[in-house]
Design a protein around this ligand. Sequence first.
Ligand code: ADP
Length: 261
Amino acid sequence: LEDQLIQAQKMESIGRLAGGIAHDFNNLLTPIKGYAEFLLQDLAEDNAAATKVERVLKAANRAQTLVQQLLSFSRKQILEMKVIDLNQTIKSFHDIMRRTIRENITIRLFLSDQGYGIRADKNQIEQVLMNLVVNAQDAIGERGEITIETAYVLLDDEYASNHTEVTPGRFLMLAVSDNGCGMDKETRQRIFEPFFTTKGIGKGTGLGLATVYGIVRQHGGNIWVYSEPGKGTTFKVYFPIVDDQLAYEQPALPEEVPLPV
Ligand code: ADP
């Protein structure tokens, strides 16, 4: 497996541009939807035109969903950073993941014995988990396995000197693996770009991993991908450890963290 450091510096500016367009688009969709709804109310159900207006509405709704995803991707998030126990977050989120993922896919958890504190916004971490797990599902065919693992990792000076963008330190690694279709090198190099998708029009937005990347960077973390066609994929996220003795429920320190430039 080839390990690969992700460099995606241009993508944030693309994201911001897209966010601007999405905002204007959203404003345009409001009257389209509104008048289509009025029109529908005016028409009797059995009117042939009603079906056509319904199609307009449906398309406008889809467009709005897409635009909203775009907006939430490019919007500066107000992060609510707290010291959290990632293992605890994974455990309490397991139920929701389980219900989202197809039944014939197994989700296994391998969590570090000890809990480590990372400074994070719980909702954002859940978004990372959900995006990675749903992608894993999409990569798996009929049946397969997703594993979620956490482990303490010490990245020492030697490691850091061999890897650009890595600062040495103590990290909590979150790995999400699947035994799905995997990716070739060309795909691997582009996955964090906004709008890059291989899932086809109407299926993928290409925003999942761009969002994940943004969140991880906002948390001072790094993300790496290991993938081989036909074998599967592992995403490894490294979060700096801030606390060995977990302090739960620390007072929230809301702060506005801009997207990395
Ligand atoms: P989307 O899911 O909408 O396509 P993403 O940004 O989440 O957008 O993913 C981009 C692309 O990365 C996917 O279309 C797919 O080609 C590839 N990809 C992501 N996760 C995996 C995975 N676990 N296995 C194989 N390919 C993946």
